[in-house]
Design a protein around this ligand. Sequence first.
Ligand code: HEC
Length: 115
Amino acid sequence: MIMTTLKQTLPALLLTLAGTVSTAAFAADEVDLEALTNTCAACHGADGNSTVPTNPKLAGQYESYLVQALKSYRSGDRQNAIMNGFATNLSDAEIKALAEYFSSQDGSLATAERP
Ligand code: HEC
């Protein structure tokens, strides 16, 4: 009797456990930073040092500023047709990972030459 119950519940229990484990693994992996930064690279450069003046440099900017900028694009508080589109589907974790990545790159920020 006990064995029958165990035989019936064990597979269910294992399935539940497997589900928990794979959900945990998914949560840890949920940010695919490489895929994300590949998208940004087209405009902001692979390391965030954009060479196109209309696309801001992200490298070396404060992490908190980048988080704020991306959340503002996502919410629409900061309006830009391009960036609103790219930020709309970013999760908080993705925004944090992107901000961490770009802020930790060596920045080539500089002030403009005096005329
Ligand atoms: C198609 C070109 C393009 C792509 C791709 C793109 N951006 Fe942008 N990004 C821009 C432009 C243009 C601006 C300036 C918008 C403005 O004036 O607010 C900008 C602004 C920003 C800013 C604000 C910078 C500042 O100094 O205030 C951040 C942060 C940013 N982008 C992050 C990203 C991230 C992260 C990705 C990838 C997920 C990305 N962008 C993808 C074009 C792009």
